[in-house]
Design a binder for this molecule. Structure first.
Ligand SMILES: Cc1cc2nc3c(=O)[nH]c(=O)nc-3n(C[C@H](O)[C@H](O)[C@H](O)COP(=O)(O)O)c2cc1C
Length: 199
């Protein structure tokens, strides 16, 4: 299944084809593809080049570690993400070893995960990011050190058949994709003043 973005202006085809499915094929992801989408995250830009992100990953054929990742998801996300062949949890080092906060750690970790998602789409996979997880539980389950925070869970796999989903999720899977127009978020001079470039 494919759900290209009906973009107003031309965008890169891979970006257009990235989307967030909840139905996944029961098919493992090849190791080279896993390494490739992780490599894409690795090459994200970061403030001062500090690369504050890290990832916990588990594939379905590693049941113990996969179950640990499923266990920190909220029940709604467990209901579909447990069927994905690969789960990840992105982490951000928000405080460095000297105790100095990194105010852009979340930004940079999000950028790394965006690159991961786009690379996944380029490989014929899709990545579905999730904020629906228990961050405090994740801290315990994965023994996160001080200064390292869980940011987002991510399910990765080949998009599957929406018919395998319960009705309410099937509807969302098949719904049209949409976004705010540029005029709602591109400003000039001050917040809320729409840039003439986008009207
Ligand atoms: C940081 C982040 C958190 C999200 N959390 C969830 C979530 O907990 N559960 C879920 O089903 N989808 C979640 N999503 C998916 C969004 O709902 C989805 O990206 C959005 O509706 C746009 O759809 P698209 O990715 O197909 O373009 C999340 C996406 C992001 C980027």
């Amino acid at each position: 299944m494919s759900k290209p973005a009906p973009s107003t202006y031309p965008i890169n085809e891979v970006i257009a084809h990235r989307w967030s499915p909840r139905a996944f094929l029961d098919k493992p992801v090849e190791k080279e593809k896993i390494l490739s989408f992780l490599e894409a995250a690795r090459w994200a830009a970061s403030s001062y080049g500090v690369q504050p992100w890290s990832y916990i990953i588990a594939t379905k054929d590693d049941p113990e570690n996969f179950a640990k990742l499923v266990s920190v998801l909220v029940p709604f996300n467990q209901s579909w993400a447990a069927n994905a062949p690969v789960l990840l949890l992105s982490l951000a080092q928000t405080v460095n070893a000297e105790g100095k906060p990194n105010s852009h750690a979340l930004h940079d970790t999000g950028a790394a995960s965006a690159q991961l998602s786009i690379q996944a789409a380029a490989l014929g996979l899709q990545a579905h990011q999730m904020s629906g997880f228990d961050a405090a539980e994740a801290k315990k389950v994965f023994a996160l050190p001080e200064g390292v925070e869980a940011v987002a869970a991510i399910a990765v796999g080949y998009a599957g058949d929406p018919e395998t989903l319960p009705d309410f999720l099937k509807e969302r899977e098949l719904a049209e994709r949409g976004r705010k127009p540029l005029s709602e978020f591109v400003f000039t001079g001050k917040y809320g003043e729409v840039s003439p470039l986008v009207v």
